[in-house]
Design a binder for this molecule. Structure first.
Ligand code: ATP
Ligand code: MG
Length: 437
C-alpha cells in the first residue's frame, strides 16, 4: 500500500496527514463520535471517528480491515508526560468487512482461553498481541542463530523431509505412500548433516523433524524444527559445546535487540547465562541431585524430567549463575549408533545434552568417523547393515573427526518464554490428536 505509515512510526508524524491500515481491534461508540483502536503488525493506535464514520461501521465487528486517512495529533491523557499520539480520521475505507463475532475475544490484555480453544481458533487467536509476540521472539532466535553461524563462515544446508529408509532406526516414523513405495518423514537431519562433512566442514540449517510420539506431553510435538549444526576437524567434544554456547549467546543477544517490546509484553525476564555454561558428567549430576535433594537416581541411565528441572533451575543458577548446564557422557545404551564412544570408558559416550530453564534443549556429541568403527557400532546395536548403505558410504570415502548438535526450536522458545506447553511455542502445532488448522 503506497504511503502507508506503520503505527510504530506515528510518533514522528505529529501534525501530518497519514494513511494507516489495519484491523479494527476495538470500537467505542460515544454517539456523536467514536474511538476505533486500529491494530497493525507494529502496534495499536486510537483513531477518533466522526458520527458519519461510525455509521460506516454499523453492523461490522472487530477484525474488520480498515484504511484510515487522518491527522496525527497528540492524545489527551491524564498523564501530561505520556506524549501518545492518536489519529483524527478524515476518511475511513473498509477494505474487508467482518460481520461475525470472533470465536474468542482477542482484544483484551490477556487471551482468556484454554489451550485447546486457543489452538482450535488459531486463525484468530494468533492475532492477539501476546500470541504475535511469541513468534516474533522465535523468529529473532533463528536470526541470531543464522547470524552467528554465518559469522563463523559455515554453510547453510536445506535438508530433505522425505526419505526412503529409516534415518536412525526406531519405530516412531510416519509412513508415506510414495508412488506406491514405502517412504517415511525424516526424524532428524543426522545422515545429511554428516554427509556434508565430506565437503563443507561446518554446516548449519533449520530442519524439520517428524516423530510419531506415542503420547502428548507438554514438551513433545509430532512435527518440530531443529537448529542443526555439524563441524569437522575437531579435536574434542568441547569444541562442539563451544559452538552450542556461542550460538545460544548469539540468539539471546538477538532477542534482546529485536524483541524488547515483545519480551516486556510477555513479562519475560531472561534467565542469567553466566560467564560460562557449566559442564557436568551425567553420573556426577545424578550424585549432586541425590546429595542435595535426597532423590537417588544414580542408577538411571538418563536424567528424569524432575532432575533436568532441578539441575537447570536450581543448581546451575545457584552454583554457576547460569540457567544452562551441559550434561555430558551419557551411557552407550542411551545414545544412537553414530555417537562416538568415550575412549576412557567404552560404556560411555562423547555426548552431551544442554539443559536450559527446565528441560533438554540440545543433544549433541562427537560422531564415529571411521568406517570400521561405524560398521561395528551398527552391528553391536543390532541394526541391519543393509539399512545403512548411504550412511556407511560416507565413512568409506573419508569423513574427518567431527561432531554436531540439534537444538529444538520450539522447546527453546517454550523454555525461554516460560510457557507451560510446547504447543504455545508452536505456531501451528501437530500432536497425537491435532492436525489442524
Ligand atoms: P527428549 O528426550 O526430550 O524426548 P530426544 O532426546 O528424544 O528428546 P533428540 O533426538 O535429542 O530428542 O532431539 C534434539 C532436540 O530436539 C531435543 O533436545 C529437543 O529440544 C527437541 N525435540 C526432541 N523431540 C521433540 C519433540 N517430540 N517435540 C519437540 N521438540 C523435540
Ligand atoms: Mg536428546
Amino acid at each position: 500500500m503506497q504511503n502507508r505509515t506503520l503505527v510504530r512510526d506515528l510518533n514522528d508524524k505529529l501534525g501530518q496527514t497519514v494513511i494507516v491500515a489495519g484491523w479494527l481491534h476495538r470500537l467505542r461508540d460515544m454517539a456523536k463520535f467514536g474511538f476505533a483502536i486500529v491494530r497493525d503488525r507494529s502496534g495499536l493506535v486510537q483513531v477518533v471517528l466522526t458520527a458519519e464514520q461510525l455509521e460506516q461501521l454499523k453492523g461490522l465487528q472487530v477484525e474488520t480491515v480498515l484504511k484510515v486517512t487522518g491527522i496525527v495529533v497528540e492524545k489527551r491523557t491524564k498523564d501530561p508526560n505520556a506524549h501518545e499520539v492518536e489519529i483524527q480520521a478524515t476518511t475511513l475505507e473498509i477494505l474487508s468487512p467482518v460481520t461475525d463475532v470472533t470465536p474468542v475475544e482477542i482484544n483484551n490484555h490477556d487471551l482468556d482461553a484454554r489451550l485447546e480453544t486457543l489452538l482450535d481458533n488459531r486463525v484468530v487467536t494468533l492475532r492477539h498481541p501476546k500470541q504475535r509476540a511469541i513468534f516474533r521472539v522465535q523468529a529473532a532466535l533463528v536470526h541470531g542463530y543464522r547470524a552467528y553461524m554465518e559469522k563463523q563462515g559455515f554453510t547453510e544446508i536445506f535438508f530433505p523431509v522425505l526419505a526412503g529408509a529409516a534415518s536412525e532406526g526406531g519405530s516412531e516414523f510416519f509412513r508415506v505412500d510414495y508412488y506406491g513405495r514405502d517412504a517415511a518423514l525424516t526424524q532428524s537431519a543426522q545422515l545429511y548433516k554428516q554427509i556434508t562433512m565430506g565437503v563443507y566442514e561446518g554446516v548449519y540449517g533449520v530442519s524439520y523433524s517428524f516423530r510419531a510420539e506415542k503420547f502428548s506431553t507438554s514438551r513433545h510435538l509430532t512435527e518440530f524444527n531443529q537448529l542443526e549444526f555439524e563441524v569437522g576437524f575437531i579435536d574434542s567434544m568441547e569444541e562442539v559445546m563451544e559452538y552450542v554456547e556461542g550460538s545460544t549467546r548469539g540468539m539471546f543477544a538477538a532477542i534482546q535487540e529485536e524483541c524488547k517490546e515483545e519480551l516486556a509484553l510477555l513479562n519475560v525476564v531472561l534467565p542469567p547465562l553466566g560467564e560460562k555454561f557449566p559442564r557436568i558428567k551425567l553420573i556426577d549430576a545424578l550424585h549432586v541431585y541425590k546429595a542435595e535433594t535426597g532423590i537417588d537416581e544414580t542408577h538411571e541411565p538418563d536424567l528424569s524430567p524432575a532432575a533436568e528441572r532441578w539441575l537447570s533451575t536450581v543448581w546451575a543458577p545457584k552454583v554457576h549463575g547460569s540457567g544452562f548446564v551441559f550434561v555430558t557422557h551419557y551411557p552407550e545404551t542411551k545414545r544412537p549408533f553414530y555417537t562416538k564412544l568415550d575412549p576412557e570408558d567404552p560404556t560411555s559416550t562423547l555426548s552431551f545434552d544442554l539443559i536450559g530453564f527446565g528441560s533438554e534443549i540440545v543433544s549433541g556429541g562427537m560422531r564415529v568417523n571411521r568406517y570400521d568403527e561405524q560398521l561395528a557400532r551398527i552391528q553391536s546395536k543390532g541394526l541391519r547393515v543393509e539399512d545403512f548403505e548411504d550412511y556407511l558410504m560416507m565413512h568409506k570415502y573419508g569423513i574427518p573427526p567431527e561432531g554436531g548438535f540439534g537444538m529444538g526450536l520450539q522447546r527453546l522458545t517454550q523454555n525461554i518464554l516460560g510457557l507451560a506447553n510446547i504447543k504455545e511455542a508452536t505456531i501451528f502445532p501437530r500432536d497425537v490428536q491435532r492436525l489442524r488448522p
